[in-house]
Design a protein around this ligand. Sequence first.
Ligand code: FAD
Length: 333
Amino acid sequence: MTIKDLMHAFPDANIKENEPLSKYTYTRTGGPADALIFPKSKEEVQALVQWLNENDWPLTILGNASNLIVKDGGIRGATIILTDMNKISIQDNIIQVFTGARLIEVSKRAYEASLTGLEFACGIPGSVGGAVYMNAGAYGGEVREVIKKVTILTRDGELKEVANEDMDFDYRHSILQESDDIALEVIFELAPGDKDQIKEKMDELTYLRTSKQPLEYPSCGSVFKRPTGYFTGKLIQDAGLQGHTLGGAQVSKKHAGFIVNIDNATATDYIELIEHIKEVILEKDGVTLETEVKIIGEDLVPEENPGRVLINKAKSSLKSTFTKAPLADESLK
Ligand code: FAD
């Protein structure tokens, strides 16, 4: 089976062949997807998953690509990106969304409808599906507090409704991380609120975020989970790693928990810098840092990897032709 067979089976689908994922990832790094598919409905995702299973193709799911590093060799098989599946409907205090919708947009729509509960999410650049997968949260709030139920598609192609209490939500964790199922639709239950107060809260959190986070550079947000009893940023800062640079990737000078792409970084730069930080912190503090960001895809095979200089050259020549997804700070506007 080839990509042409996939295109033939789904003639109306939006499928891009050998598509560079650095166009979509928030770090602006990552190799190509063999086939990048942009479905528009639950039924389309279901039909695709069934076809891919029958034809024994591997499948990777992307939301808004704000919490992952795709390795420089890219992703083999099929990659479904859900960003075109983004409908949001509001009825009373219930918000029904397709999981490709951006959490920032849902938070904004909740404010417009005078609904409270999603203010904390006003600056989280992920999709709703990615937020469910990670139980995304900020400033004391987490999505698990406002999710009523999730429609998932199992990897066998079966649609199921899962209630909040069966999602195994925990700190940056949901059951999807074990089951590998795909979240397709979410029902949020919010409460009626005061529009001015909601706006005030969102403005306050946006100010905190823009003043503390390096949103002027590409990044994947906080790289590491918070280890019990410690603050990751402080550990990294105290280890003298702030500003440490590897290739084009740098431990942010503004927020040590972020790694920013300051100069055509590769995914390899990111991964090597992450490993370096982990080694230093383990040696210095005896703390094992665990990545929050997901690292996926394939390494470049050696014969395709004549050296970082060539990769960077190729990346910068491609860069000018790419249509860029919005940077994190643009998404706050
Ligand atoms: P992706 O990065 O596309 O994917 C992440 C993982 O989720 C992958 O394993 C993917 O397979 C899986 N996934 C995505 N969609 C689905 C789906 N529909 N079904 C099943 N699996 C899926 N996070 C926070 O929690 N709080 C913050 O305050 C925060 N601030 C950030 C600030 C910046 C500047 C950046 C760049 C990131 C920040 N993040 C934060 C991280 C990120 O935005 C969240 O983790 C978000 O929930 C990831 O969603 P995504 O759609 O981008 O997921």
